[in-house]
Structure formats: structure tokens, C-alpha cells
Design a protein around this ligand. Sequence first.
Ligand code: PAN
Ligand code: ZN
Length: 189
Amino acid sequence: MKLFRPFNVVVDFETGNLTPGKKITRYLSDIQHFFLDKEKVKAVLAKENPLVYEVIYAEVPEEPGHLAHCTTIIYPGKVGNEFFFTKGHLHEKLETAEIYFTLKGQGRLIMASPDGEECEVLEMFPGSASYIPPSWSHRSVNVGGEPLIFYCIFFADAGHDYATIDKTGFPKVVLERNGEVVVENNPNW
Ligand code: PAN
Ligand code: ZN
């Protein structure tokens, strides 16, 4: 039997950098269709295409038994009054759970059952370890003025289903109203 060799990666709690790691970047243009205010999105994109978030993965085989892990850095920002967020997804293998451990910043973690009948929103703050049970879709939102940085651990063969969320979005949205962070029903749900 060929043994996979143990290895370290190093996570910088301040920047979210994970080394050695493989980075993916998501710009506003990649997630524009999710935002409520279509006119505002257009107006922002006419001027610039801000970086919304980055994910940096440790290189682990996408095979049963392995644990994938990565950092996510969501930059602070809004479109209108709606905070920047990740695309969000279900795991292709619905039976796989995940943990998000927040290192820096303030966020919300929106989770929904596959049919959207159930929805829960947890606070993310330095030291929070949020458990995403099997079957719950998940999206994280930066509600603060600094980057939201969290470390994720999930089954390496879980797979990511983005198509379902692309069609439906999430049942809840996270907005700023009069300087407060509010969670509201998604009017387009
Ligand atoms: C996370 C997410 C990461 C980026 O590692 O993949 O935060 O969010 P999206 O994948 O929705 O763009 C995770 O949940 N992995 O399973
Ligand atoms: Zn996930």
C-alpha cells in the first residue's frame, strides 16, 4: 500500500494566506446575479470589478478518506446595502458535513436545507467554529469593515454543487439597515 505522506501547511491568521496552497479568486462579475439590486451591480461593474473573495486550498487528493482544507478571505464591501458573500453551494455528497473556524473579522453563515424550507444563520467571529451538518447548503457573508477570514475542513470527495444555488439563491439575505446588520427573507425566493 502506497502511503500518502504527512505534511504541514502554514496559515497566517492576519492575512488568511495558506502556504503552500492553491488560490482561486472570485470577482463581483462572478457572483453578480445573486445580488438583489441589479441596477447597483451594473453601476459598480461599469466602473470596476472588485475582488470579493479568495479561497486558498491545501493540495490534498479529492479521494474518500482525505480531508480537504482551505482558508477563505471575503473582502469588506457591499452592493447597495447587501454585504459581500461567497457563491454558496451544496455538497454533491449531501451526507458530508463541514466546519468553518473563523480567524478574523465578523460574518454570518447562512445555511439552508436542500428544499430551502429550513434556514439558519449563525454568527461568525474570531474563535467561532461553525458546524455545517450534512445536507445544508452554505454561504458566508462579511458583515464587517475588515476581511472575514475563516478556515474550512471538509471531506475531500464531497464535491461542490453550485448549479442548484445558481438557480435559487438562498432563502435569506444579509443587509445593512441604519448601520445595523439585518437578516431578511430573500424577496426573490
Ligand atoms: C468552503 C467554500 C469557500 C468558498 O471552502 O468553498 O468558502 O465558497 P464557495 O465555494 O461557495 O464559493 C466550503 O464550503 N467548501 O466545501
Ligand atoms: Zn462546503
